[in-house]
Structure formats: C-alpha cells, structure tokens
Design a protein. Sequence first.
Length: 147
Amino acid sequence: MLHHSATTVGGARTFDKHHRSRNGWDELGYHFVIGNGTDTPDGYVEVGSRWHKQKHGAHCKTPSNYYNEHGIGICLVGNFNKIRPTARQLRSLEQLLRFLSHTCRIPPSRVTTHKAVTGKTQCPGRRFPMAAVRQALPTRLTATSLP
C-alpha cells in the first residue's frame, strides 16, 4: 500500500519517533520509506524493522485490520497534494514494487493506496501518479520482472 508522509522532510528514523511518541505504536508503521533528499538521499529506500521481522504493518487501519495484517506499507517522503514525487523516488518505487511483485507474487491490480482503501484521506496525495506507477509494473510475473 502506497503512502506519502504529507511532510516536506523526514525519513524512517523521524517517522519511527513520531509513530512511537504520537501514535503509541511499538515502531515505524511502514515496511519501507523512500527518501526525498532531506533526511536521506533522494530515492533512497529505507527498509524498516517491520520488514526485517516480517511483522504486520501499522499504516492503514480498517475495521478488519486486513491491510495492516496482509499489506506492505511503503511511504514516500513528501506532500503529494502540493508537489509530485521526485523522479528518483518514482524510479526507486518502481524497482521496489517490481521486486515485491515478483517475490511476493503481487499483481499490479493489488498495488493500491491508502485513499483507495479507506476513502478517509488523500494519501498519497492528488499529485501522486498512481496510473503511471501501476503501468510501470509487469503484467506477468516472471524471472525477467526482477529489477
């Protein structure tokens, strides 16, 4: 599931602190964070501890908690209601999604956004190019789909 931070700066460490202190969570809610050049280099993919532990996410609360229990949370740093993600962020996101699609057998139709699931947020923002991201994914999952 794709998210934006809705902030101009940040990274996994900053969001981890926020998630612990403000939300009362045990750690960063996302599995991956893609930097915008502020706290980490532009396009840099930070692998969160939830991914390392293969632990449920804390990025999309629903009544059944399905998306936290079965989804992979990816957050791009930025407020995409105001600006578009950087070209490097989009390239990194596409590479990460191709890897995850192949490794976890996720078809492009299952790549979704916070807004699409809950309808309670603009996340990942009005200027996020979801159609282009989904189009960049392979339609068939093969060994050549890997980045």
